[in-house]
Design a protein around this ligand. Structure first.
Ligand SMILES: Cc1ncc(COP(=O)(O)O)c(C=O)c1O
Length: 463
């Protein structure tokens, strides 16, 4: 049994230390990242001793937690410009805490009526935002990769309903731009289509689907003796942060009877920002869509939605037998729509952020991050040696500097913990890549980054 007084003491320690950690991170006074080797870090944190002996107390925990936090990567830090992981807002963090204590795992309604009902209402809100309100269905999953797999399962059930029992027919094709997230091509292999079923769409110089050349792609599919299971568009692409023309692609798919899947893991949240909503014009034409809350809706990892325009399509994705769970009418249970059996109280994270900040507040967050990335692009363009191949549409920007090797520059920026950023290939050339995730990132941060790259990057002459 819990000693609830000990719990309250330890929880108090957690709140104190996390508050100090977030305040320090937001101020930018510490390194954004530390990369001590695992052996050395295990030693420093006393991991072997704690595992061997146990006996932690609230005070020892305070020391441990302080070191643990100091050695991690600080998502709230202004110089965190790396992967698409949110600096979580605190209402969502509270939801994680509540889940940790209540553990209503959401396999079936009877395992957590409140958690399940919150998920229903969050999904209803998301479906409404996308334009699937009247007919659509949804489910929350642990992450965008699983969400993409689930959506493609629904597409497969639509194209080949017999696949679940008879195995996958050999003539299915998945049409994707090369810029699509790897979880989609991986899903094709997991689903039994095989990687050879993935057929690339023609794209422009920035990796966006060339709508005018879609008929040619269909012709290639037909000539290969295949039929399209689904066609995927990015909203937005992971590497560049650029959006495909959803209306153009959606209308083509509708006219040709092709399942249209939109990967909105990162960029669907722009639906909440009036000035960016146009980037998602045509999203309501999708047959399926994924939308990650743990990217731009400021929840911790993971909380992703799979949404389908027709509710029945999602129900058709899985067919299962388990006599202790599945019998008769499933009532309110969403278990039939997910790979997971048990899952966390994912809806609560999204709900509490919504309840605290309002839809408008979340939209303002998206708009602010997109604006900061645009500012970075403006500042970089003004400086000699910086090359920015496109105007950003989201909070992701790719750029280069003179003859500098992006991999080397990135390593050196991270070596002393001054900045964390990533790199990505664009048109076969590796670029540096900034993703503005933390609300604390400002002009001072961006100028300092550009100064530092110019210092490290050698000649400003073009590559
Ligand atoms: C466009 C896109 N789709 C899917 C994913 C996978 O999401 P997750 O990391 O939640 O599995 C990502 C991750 O960055 C992404 O950018």
């Amino acid at each position: 049994m819990w000693n609830v007084e000990e719990f309250a003491r330890a929880a108090g320690v957690t709140v104190d230390e996390l508050a100090a950690y977030v305040a320090e991170s937001q101020s930018g006074a510490t390194p954004v990242i530390r990369r001590r080797p695992p052996g050395e870090l295990a030693e420093r944190l006393g991991l072997a001793r704690w595992i061997r002996e146990g006996g932690m107390t609230a005070e020892a925990y305070r020391e441990f937690l302080r070191d643990y936090l100091a050695e991690g990567t600080r998502m709230h830090h202004p110089a965190y410009l790396g992967h698409q992981i949110a600096a979580p807002d605190f209402p969502a963090a509270l939801a994680d805490f509540v889940h940790g204590a209540t553990n209503n795992p959401m396999a079936v309604y009877e395992m957590g009526a409140s958690a399940a009902t919150v998920e229903f209402e969050v999904l209803r809100w998301m479906l409404g935002k996308v334009g699937f309100g009247e007919t659509g269905g949804g489910v929350l999953t642990h992450g965008g990769s699983l969400a993409n797999l689930t959506a493609l399962l629904a597409a497969r059930a639509s194209a080949a309903p017999e696949a679940w029992t008879d195995g996958v027919p050999g003539d299915l094709a998945l049409l994707v731009p090369a810029s699509t997230h790897y979880s989609l091509t991986r899903a094709a292999a997991i689903l039994g289509l095989g990687e050879r079923a993935v057929m690339p769409l023609d794209v422009d110089g920035l990796g966006r689907i060339d709508v005018a050349r879609l008929p040619k792609a269909m012709e290639r599919v037909r000539r290969a003796g295949r039929r399209p299971m689904a066609l995927v568009a990015n909203a937005c692409a992971t590497g560049t942060g650029l959006y495909d023309d959803l209306r153009g692609v959606g209308e083509f798919c509708a006219a040709n009877g092709v399942w249209f899947h939109v990967d909105g893991a990162h960029g669907a949240s722009a639906l909440l920002a009036a000035e960016h909503r146009h980037l998602l014009d045509g999203i309501e034409l999708a047959d399926s869509l994924i939308w990650d809350a743990h990217k731009m809706l400021r929840t911790s990892s993971l909380a992703a939605a799979v949404l389908t325009r027709r509710e029945g399509d999602l129900d058709a994705a899985f067919q299962q037998r388990a006599s202790y769970l599945f019998y008769g009418e499933q009532g309110f249970d969403l278990i039939g729509r997910t790979v997971e059996c048990s899952k966390a109280e994912l809806g609560l994270k999204i709900f509490l952020n919504l309840a605290w900040r309002g839809e408008g507040g979340l939209g303002e967050h998206v708009a602010r991050q997109y604006a900061t990335a645009h500012r970075f692009w403006e500042l970089a363009r003004e400086r000699p040696g910086f090359e920015c191949p496109y105007e950003p549409e989201s909070n992701i920007v790719c750029f280069g500097y003179g003859t500098a090797d992006p991999v080397d520059v990135r390593e050196r920026l991270m070596a002393d913990g001054a900045f964390q950023l990533t790199s990505a290939e664009l048109g076969g050339v590796r670029h540096l890549r900034v993703t503005v995730m933390a609300p604390a990132t400002d002009d001072k941060t961006l100028e300092a980054l550009l100064d530092r790259i110019a210092e490290l990057g050698g000649s400003a002459d073009p590559r």
